[in-house]
Design a protein. Structure first.
Length: 192
């Protein structure tokens, strides 16, 4: 798969999209667009945590079920999940059945609930770097990092606050998907 790919619709996109229609929709409509709000960022944090060790398309295809069983990622509802909910989730083939990730999501929801409204958004966005000059936009995948000083710092701050499954690589993926950084390649129709 090349660094840049022309789709069947004639549109140039980042090559990781391939030919999958759901990946194309995600790339065109979500990836790299600024995302704000405690609930939305809690969902993104949770799904990125579930993705650790797996492909993003796996999570993307399971996202509707994740949203259903995790009550739309409403931190107040998820924070109230108990042992019966964990067991229910462990038997649901529509999600990733990883006990540590499920428990981390519940624990992270409790931490979000303990914050003032808007604090998770403010904390996460405080690590967003200044936009890079257009001349420094990545030309290929080799120019896109897996971690940065900003993702290291975000990970460290979240871990210090007690959050789990928030490693630097996971947080950089979140920064990309939530629009904190723009890694659309030169030539991609979304590179603006």
């Amino acid at each position: 798969m090349g660094d840049l790919r022309i789709g069947t619709d004639g549109v140039a996109r980042c090559g990781w999209v391939g030919d999958d229609p759901e990946y194309r929709r995600y790339h065109d409509e979500e990836w790299g667009r600024p995302l704000h709000g405690d609930r939305a960022l809690f969902e993104k944090m949770s799904l990125e945590g579930f993705q650790a060790g797996l492909s993003w398309i796996t999570i993307l295809r399971k996202r509707p079920r994740f949203r259903e069983v995790f009550a739309g990622f409403d931190p107040a509802v998820v924070a109230a999940f108990g042992d019966d909910d964990v067991e229910r989730l462990m038997t649901d083939a529509g999600i990733i059945r990883n006990r540590a990730k499920i428990l981390a999501t519940i624990g992270n929801a409790r931490l979000v609930l303990g914050m003032a409204p808007g604090d998770l958004d403010a904390l996460m966005w405080s690590f967003a770097p200044d936009p890079r000059p257009e001349a420094e936009r990545p030309r290929g995948f080799t120019e896109v990092p897996a971690v940065t000083e900003a993702s290291d710092a975000m990970s460290k701050a979240l871990r210090k606050a007690g959050f789990r499954f928030v490693g630097s690589t996971t947080m950089y993926a979140l920064m990309q998907s939530a629009g904190m950084v723009d890694d659309h390649l030169v030539g991609c129709h979304r590179a603006v």
